[in-house]
Design a protein around this ligand. Structure first.
Ligand code: NAD
Ligand code: IPM
Ligand code: MN
Length: 360
């Protein structure tokens, strides 16, 4: 049966990396005889320029009607430099996440053995890192009431959680842990925040239904430290929206680069697949961006979105082979950089496809 995939390239390096993710999906379709139909739509800064809003209704309707979405990134220096602008690219993501009900943001943090020396940390610390983050994505300070006083002197973002929101993401994390090393670490600030005390209470209740899973609760500040002290200790981490955002960027350095981290945002309908990195306009348009996070997001789309586990594994294996052959974008060139074959975005994408075709 035909699967409709919506491609939303977005801003900055978004279009460059998403072209590679899409090309990999096309190659997979050709190899396995899948019928994938692609459509494209706008979001972010480019959508604001064209329509005045970050997520035009047309894009949202296409998103709802599709079977999966492969997204690049949004964001532009104009808005980052001017906090007074009211229409902002990131608003597109928020509407998409909320209205598609994408409450579970799954972020695998896996170190490819070939990238041992690309990490900022010592190889013996990071070797074997394999963490699965469940970041709650439709609650917390991102979506609570936002206030700016009339005189402009006060601002607040309310961090709100409801019991059902914590419960459903916790269940997803515990279910996943059962298929892995059976450990869940729930991260909060229960020593400070009321919303975290609710979080911990609910996670403790859910944990009782999973006696075979070892549960720990860790404060977010300590977690930030433990993640770089012994990342291999962690299996599944479940946490609220903002902590998950920050901690996963931190782990990019454990596994080498932001350009290596993919994600799947899921809820009850269409899944949304994207790298965790942003529009990286410092390197946009220079063929420098690492497309592997987009390619690995395409693999998550196959695996989680469509249940095509074998095809997803082939994509992951193809990436590993390209890395093993010594090819690197500059962000993952290691301490022994002189040995690396440095390539640009397009060549890295082409190598993964070649690897899929010929088992490089
Ligand atoms: P960023 O992730 O865009 O970049 C952080 C650093 O990592 C930069 O030095 C960048 O060059 C590097 N980097 C990121 N992705 C890379 C890749 N694929 N290959 C090589 N290097 C890579 O974060 P930022 O600079 O804080 O944000 C830039 C803009 O992106 C902001 O406007 C922000 O709002 C937006 N943003 C969007 C998303 C998203 O759309 N999901 C995520 C994060 C940030
Ligand atoms: C991410 C990004 C977004 C977030 C921004 C762009 C709104 O950093 O997807 O991790 O904070 O959720
Ligand atoms: Mn982020």
């Amino acid at each position: 049966m035909q699967k409709n995939i919506l491609i939303i390239p977005g801003d900055g390096i978004g279009p460059e990396v998403t072209a590679c993710g899409k090309a990999v999906l096309e190659e997979v379709a050709a190899r396995y005889g899948y019928a994938f139909a692609f459509e494209e739509a706008q979001m972010g800064h480019e959508a604001i320029l064209a329509t005045g809003v970050a997520l035009p209704d047309e894009t949202f309707e296409k998103a709802k009607a599709s079977d999966a979405i492969l997204f690049g990134a949004v964001g532009h220096v104009r808005y980052d430099n001017d906090p007074t602008l009211k229409v902002r690219p990131e608003q597109g993501l928020f509407r998409m996440r909320k209205e598609l009900g994408l409450y579970a943001n799954i972020r695998p943090v896996i170190l490819f053995d070939e990238l041992l020396d690309a990490s900022s940390l010592k190889p013996e610390i990071v070797k074997g890192t394999d963490i699965l983050f469940f970041r709650e994505l439709t609650g917390g300070a991102y979506f609570g009431e936002k206030v700016r006083s009339e005189d402009g002197e006060m601002a607040s973002d309310l961090m709100v959680y409801h019991r059902y929101e914590v419960e459903r993401i916790a269940v997803k994390a515990f279910e996943a842990a059962r298929t892995r090393r059976k450990k869940v670490c729930s991260v909060d600030k229960a020593n400070v925040l009321e919303s975290s005390r609710l979080w911990r209470e609910v996670v403790q209740q859910v944990a009782r239904r999973y006696p075979d899973v070892e549960t720990t609760h860790m404060l977010a500040d300590n977690t930030a430290m433990q993640l770089i002290k012994h990342p291999t200790w962690f299996d599944v981490i479940v946490t609220e929206n903002l902590f998950g955002d920050i901690l996963t960027d931190e782990t990019a350095q454990v596994v080498g680069s932001m350009g290596m981290l993919a994600s799947a945002s899921i809820g009850d309908g269409t899944g949304f697949f994207e790298p965790i990195h942003g529009s990286a306009y410092d390197i946009a348009g220079q063929d420098k961006a690492n497309p592997l996070a987009s390619i690995l997001s395409a693999a998550l789309l196959l695996e989680i979105g469509f249940g095509m586990k074998e095809a997803a594994k082939q994509v992951n294996d193809a990436v590993a082979r390209v890395l093993k052959a010594g090819y690197r974008t500059s962000d993952i060139s290691g301490r022994m950089g002189h040995k690396d074959k440095i390539v640009g975005t397009r060549e890295m994408g082409a190598l993964v496809i070649q690897s899929l075709r010929e088992q490089l």
